[in-house]
Design a binder for this molecule. Structure first.
Ligand SMILES: NC(=O)c1ccc[n+]([C@@H]2O[C@H](COP(=O)([O-])OP(=O)(O)OC[C@H]3O[C@@H](n4cnc5c(N)ncnc54)[C@H](O)[C@@H]3O)[C@@H](O)[C@H]2O)c1
Length: 174
C-alpha cells in the first residue's frame, strides 16, 4: 500500500502532537509543512527532515501527491484552511475548536460532503479516561434522563497570551 502523504498547516505547539503521531505510523509519510512564520517553519522542517515547505497554504495544497492535511493554526484560520484543503481534494484533521462561528463550521462540513473527503475535528478530550468513565455512567443509566449538563475546565497556568488573547484569532471573548 502506498503511504498516505501528510501536509501540516501551522507548525506551532500542537502540531508536534500530530507530527510525532504520524511518525509512529508506518502507513504515513510526513510530506510538507506550511506556516506563516518562516523562522518556525524552517526550524520544524529541519527538525523533522521535511523537504517541502511553504508559507502559503494554497501553494502547498497544489501538491497533488498530498492525501491529507492537519490544520494546526490558530482558531480563525481553521475554516479557511480546512475548506481550501477539502476543495483541493485532501482529507482533513483539524484542531479544536472547529471554527470561530457556527456559519464557518457548517461551511466546513458542507465542503467535506461536497468533495467526498473525511473531516475530523481533534476533540481529544472525548478520548480521555475522564470522559470515557462519564460515558460509561451515562450508558449504564446511572444518571437517569439527562436534561442538563455543565462543564468547567481549570487552567492553572494562566492566560497563555499571544493569539489566545486576541479575539480576532481566538474567537473567544475575554
Ligand atoms: N487538542 C488540544 O488539546 C489542543 C491543545 C492546544 C491547542 N490546540 C489548538 O491547536 C491550534 C493551534 O494552537 P497552538 O498552541 O499550536 O498555536 P501556535 O501559535 O503555537 O501555532 C499556530 C501556528 O499556526 C500558524 N498559522 C496561523 N495561520 C496560518 C495560516 N493561514 N497558514 C499557515 N500557518 C498559519 C502560526 O504562524 C503559528 O505558527 C489552536 O486551534 C488551539 O486551540 C489544541
Amino acid at each position: 500500500m502506498a503511504k498516505i502523504k501528510i501536509g501540516v498547516i501551522g507548525t506551532g505547539s500542537i502540531s508536534v502532537e500530530h507530527i510525532e503521531s504520524y511518525l509512529k505510523n508506518d502507513n504515513v509519510e510526513l510530506y510538507a509543512f506550511c506556516d506563516l512564520n518562516e523562522e518556525r517553519l524552517k526550524f520544524m522542517a529541519e527538525k523533522y527532515n521535511v523537504k517541502h515547505t511553504f508559507t502559503d497554504m494554497n501553494e502547498m495544497l497544489k501538491l497533488g501527491e498530498i492525501d491529507a492535511v492537519s490544520v494546526c493554526t490558530w482558531n480563525s484560520a481553521h475554516a479557511p484552511c480546512t475548506i481550501a484543503a477539502l476543495n483541493a481534494g485532501k482529507h482533513v484533521l483539524c484542531e479544536k475548536p472547529m471554527s470561530v462561528s457556527e456559519e464557518d463550521a457548517k461551511a466546513m462540513k458542507a465542503a467535506a460532503e461536497k468533495n467526498g473527503k473525511l473531516l475530523m475535528i481533534g476533540f481529544v478530550r472525548r478520548y480521555g479516561n475522564d470522559c470515557k468513565i462519564l460515558k460509561e455512567f451515562i450508558n449504564s443509566d446511572y444518571f437517569g434522563d439527562l436534561y442538563y449538563a455543565k462543564a468547567t475546565y481549570l487552567r492553572r497556568k494562566g492566560n497563555p497570551g499571544g493569539w489566545f488573547g486576541d479575539k480576532s484569532r481566538s474567537g473567544a471573548a475575554l
